[in-house]
Design a protein around this ligand. Structure first.
Ligand code: LCS
Length: 394
């Protein structure tokens, strides 16, 4: 590609990779190796001392993984990227890198269940406190940012309530105080939302989801400034060790090429299904950023290019009604995860957010009759017909 910057749809296919550096192979090769050989003892010494560029050992870097990291940095418009064995390995490496005992994390009012679990672990074991915030105004944020606040952690849209956080607003307040803003961009992918361009400092992905797109890899990614990425790479990644396998990086490089094509279809399907669900008499409420009546619609318009492929909704009735409905589905699969070709449905209160105590769950807005639909790439008419027949039966 040379140095010329191309459009997103081109960068997902080409960025970070130059065939002439790899035997002219069209597709990035899979360097499935744990270690790299040195031509001499002195060369090994120079590589360890950082005096000579080159690979050493795959926990410290691998050529296939490097292509993925560079491509993701381009797509998120950041300086550098780092790949991990899971989204949670990425979240924990970043939070451990940014905090120490006695610090405080200000977090969006709702996060993925295991991120909540990690915050609790940091508090219990290391005395790193956290508070949840709606992050609705600069005045409130000013009050909620404490002298010991080490970072702000945001999911937007929030899993699974689909509430949004105004990234530009939070970044404006935090930048003035020099506090890094970390954004989990899993629900959007960089095709829909690029937090770094809005003033945020670090982006995290569960690459398991839209980045992979095919439901066959668990992986994580972090993108940010070169110096921060270098620090994480040399500390919490190297010494805790949650690195991605070269094969999984290779699968992600394959999947990512179709990200824009897939996202367009996920979004178009979700928009059609939202319209159907919104008017269905057995559905109580629908939470979807593309809904002009969504509480954060103006934020969606401002920072998201499309409304995404996830829809949360409550079934009229109780948890039992929600579970009965799930059990009637035929095409739609009952499974956690999201962003796959297959349409998936899950029950957050007993699945992704089961680890969150009931009182906290309610504060986040996770009711017992709430369901989350990850709209897949099937014909939307078939997904709608499946939803319709299952709703008929309850
Ligand atoms: N961040 C978000 C927003 C997530 O949704 C998840 C996983 C993670 C981080 C962690 O990533 P992982 O380690 O699984 O790659 N979310 C899941 C979900 O909603 N259903 O199953 C997993």
């Amino acid at each position: 590609m040379g140095k010329k910057k191309s459009r997103f749809e081109t960068e997902v296919i080409h960025s970070g990779y130059w065939p002439n550096e790899h035997q002219d192979s069209l597709v990035p090769p899979l360097y499935q190796t744990s270690t790299f050989t040195f031509t001499s003892a002195e060369q090994g010494e120079r590589r360890f001392a950082g005096q000579e560029e080159g690979f050493i050992y795959s926990r410290l870097g691998n050529p296939t993984v490097k292509i993925l990291e560079e491509r993701m940095a381009v797509l998120e418009q950041g300086e550098a990227g780092l790949a991990f064995s899971s989204g949670m390995a990425a979240v924990s490496a970043v939070l451990v890198a940014l905090t120490k005992t006695g610090d405080h994390i200000l977090c969006s009012q709702g996060v993925y269940g295991c991120t909540f679990g990690l915050l609790e672990l940091l508090k219990g074991k290391y005395g790193i406190e956290h508070d949840f915030s709606l992050m609705e105004s600069a005045e409130a944020l000013d009050q909620e940012i404490l002298p010991n606040t080490a970072c702000i952690y945001i999911e937007t849209p929030i899993n699974p309530t689909m509430k949004l956080v105004d990234l530009e607003l939070v970044a404006m307040v935090a930048n003035k105080k020099g506090i890094p803003v970390v954004v989990d961009n899993t629900f959007c992918s960089p095709y829909i939302q690029t937090p770094l361009t809005l003033g945020c400092n670090v982006v995290i992905h569960s690459a398991t989801k839209y980045i992979c797109g095919h439901g066959d890899v668990i992986a994580g990614l972090v993108i940010g400034e070169k110096e921060f990425i270098r620090q994480v790479s040399r500390t919490t990644q190297k010494d805790i060790g949650g690195i991605i396998s070269p094969f999984d990086a290779w699968l992600l490089l394959r999947g990512i090429k179709t990200l824009p094509v897939r996202m367009d279809r996920h979004c178009e399907n979700a928009l059609r299904l939202f319209e159907f669900m919104k008017s269905h008499p057995k559905i109580e409420s629908v939470y979807f950023p593309g809904d002009p009546e969504h509480q954060d619609y103006s934020i969606a318009k401002k920072q998201m290019k499309q409304s995404g492929g996830l829809i949360s909704f409550t079934i009229k009735g109780s948890k039992v009604s929600a579970q009965q409905f799930m059990n009637q589905l035929q095409l739609i699969k009952i499974a956690v995860s999201l962003g796959d070709a297959e349409t998936l449905i899950q029950h957050p209160a007993t699945m992704t957010h089961a680890v969150v105590p009931e009182e906290e769950r309610k504060k986040m807005g996770i009711e017992d009759n709430l369901l989350r639909l990850s709209v897949g790439l099937e014909a939307w008419e078939d997904i709608q017909e499946d939803l319709d027949q299952a709703l008929e039966r309850i």
